[in-house]
Design a protein around this ligand. Structure first.
Ligand code: ARG
Length: 540
């Protein structure tokens, strides 16, 4: 019932008293009430009532002072956090599943940075493994230089698929591929050259996507980078007497963790995915002494990470406890058709292009109804930002472990829980602020404590809670905590906007203070969306 509440149940066990009694005693304690906050008892709760004028003045004062920096904190000062995300596989299409890790990871990086952490953004490329032997074989037989240049991933995928078809009738191909991978591992010139070419060409495609989405990495140290350290891992595990032979392979037993053994060396002598992840974790700690080492990778790899972290722990590396697998769900589509060659895979690029196209239609239509003049260039820019925003928001609007269902109607609903709605809200605040400045109205020396009516309070309260939402998002590695808060601010602001006059308010003082509220929403919505990786536009 109050502005804040404390449930006394949480103390019942420690204090060996009924919650009602605890709540009653606490509420009567004079230290819990003062001029701005009053405690009041209601059953097993202590309810707190805040002086609304005070909250308005404090909150808005801080936002107007900090602008888009509102929400920043220094709890992360001096601490390194590694966020590993995106990590696509070379020579494979960048599909909507990779977009999940890319978007969540990008957002987490921004959230941690905002809290003062030093964030290292790592792209753990899938750029190593036996499949590269197959690609080299396939390339020598069927590769087309020109096609590779035009559309590298399409061409690499084409020959890779062909390899698997032909392999069924020609066992020599399998043999040849194995040979080539061995040569690659040994550093033979031509095999390394081809591998590097495939890697570089694939990266051009990935980089185009990252650039479009405004996403950057500090490094692209992928599996190949750590494969060189595989021998050291094996040596270390041997020294600690952790390796056991099992069906020709070398494994670490993990019975005490209730996990299946972790394979370190296969029976053919080669190291595997897990070995490279062990090397990577050790390298990361040696280099960065990380406070946390976060892996944004799909839930299907949960067991793999449990095994890797347990091997580290068993080897005596206590930083294993600071390694975190941040999983996410599946991506599904409702009534959406794409022109993909293979019905199962939807490329991120296709999804983005289609979203931008559909957004464009709406923007053009809206502009027509409103009689708004917009240049082709402006329409394109707005559609790109809003369309991308609509896709990104769909990934971050719910808890990350839930599956996502894309639907055009939902994600492009300008009145729904969507990026277009929030970007529109931002544009609305900008338009009010522009109009104010054209008419010489400023919020300087506005009496912020006047903002106490119900709608104003709702906006202010949601703005005040924004700071906490950023911290909670970091604690649980859940960007949706920020998404939900920005959505709440936008809803509350629009209700306030619909029910109250801002620039047309009769009273000059009210005009000023409401304008200040508008500025605070503008800054917070913008920085909140930015934490999610969503860009805003000045009008739409
Ligand atoms: N490349 C892998 C994939 O696409 C993800 C890599 C995850 N990161 C890791 N350190 N194993 O499935």
């Amino acid at each position: 019932m109050g502005d804040f509440a404390f449930p006394a149940f949480t103390l019942a066990k420690t204090m060996r008293k009924a919650p009602q009694m605890i709540a009653q005693e606490l509420s009567a304690d004079p230290r819990l009430s003062d001029d701005v906050m009053k405690a009041q008892n209601a059953g097993p709760y202590v309810n707190f009532f805040i002086d609304k004028g005070y909250l308005a003045k404090e909150t808005l004062g801080e936002i107007l002072d900090k602008g888009e920096r509102y929400g920043e904190d220094n709890i992360g000062e001096g601490k390194n956090i590694i966020v590993e995300f995106s990590s696509p596989n070379i020579a494979k299409p960048f599909h909507v599943g990779h977009a999940f890790t890319t978007i969540i990871g990008n957002s987490l990086s921004k959230i941690y940075s905002k809290l003062g952490y030093n964030v290292i953004r790592m792209n753990h490329l899938g750029d190593y493994g036996t499949q590269f032997g197959k690609l080299i074989t396939a390339w020598r037989l069927w590769g087309d230089e020109k096609k590779l240049e035009e559309a590298p991933i399409d061409e690499l995928l084409r020959i890779y698929v062909k390899f698997h078809q032909e392999e069924k009738n020609d066992p020599k191909l399998t043999e040849d591929a194995r040979e080539n991978f061995k040569k690659l591992e040994e550093g033979c010139e031509d095999e390394v050259r081809l591998w590097k070419k495939f890697r570089d060409d694939s990266l051009v495609v990935f980089d185009k996507l990252y650039k479009r989405m405004n996403i950057e990495f500090d490094n692209y140290n992928g599996e190949s980078y750590y494969s060189k350290m595989g021998d050291d891992v094996v040596k270390l595990l041997k020294e600690k007497d952790l390796l056991t032979e099992s069906e020709g392979a070398q494994v670490v037993m993990l019975d005490e963790y209730n996990l299946p053994p972790c394979i370190i060396i296969k029976s053919d002598g080669t190291t595997i995915y897990a070995t490279r992840d062990l090397a990577a974790a050790i390298y990361r700690y040696d280099k960065y002494k990380f406070d946390k080492n976060i892996y944004v990778v799909g839930i299907p790899q949960a067991l793999h990470f449990k095994q890797v972290f347990s091997v580290l722990k068993k080897a005596g590396f206590d930083y294993a406890d600071n390694c975190v697998h941040v999983g996410f769900g599946l991506v599904k589509f409702k009534n959406m058709k794409f022109s993909t060659r293979d019905g199962n895979i939807v490329l991120l690029e296709e999804l983005l292009d289609e979203a931008v196209k559909k957004t464009r239609e709406i923007i053009v239509e809206n502009a027509k109804t409103r009689g708004q003049e917009m240049s082709e260039e402006e329409i394109n820019e707005i559609s790109e930002k809003v369309g991308l925003g609509a896709v990104i928001y769909t990934y971050v609007k719910s808890g990350r472990e839930r599956d996502i269902v894309f639907s055009w109607d939902e994600m492009l609903d300008f009145n729904g829980d969507t990026a277009p709605y929030m970007i529109y809200t931002y544009a609305r605040t900008r338009s009010i602020l522009r109009k104010a400045s054209d008419n010489g109205i400023s919020y300087e020396d506005a009496d912020l404590s006047k903002l106490t009516d119900e709608d104003e309070y709702a906006v202010i309260r949601s703005l005040a809670d924004f700071k906490d939402s950023v911290k909670k998002a970091a604690e649980s590695n859940e960007p949706f905590m920020v998404a939900r808060q920005v959505a709440l601010i936008a809803r509350n602001f629009n209700r306030f906007y619909n029910n109250s006059s801002i620039l047309n308010a009769d009273d000059e003082e009210i005009r000023k203070s409401r304008l200040a509220l508008c500025e605070a929403c503008c800054d917070t919505v913008k920085s909140g969306l930015n934490l999610l990786g969503i860009d805003v536009v000045e009008r739409m």
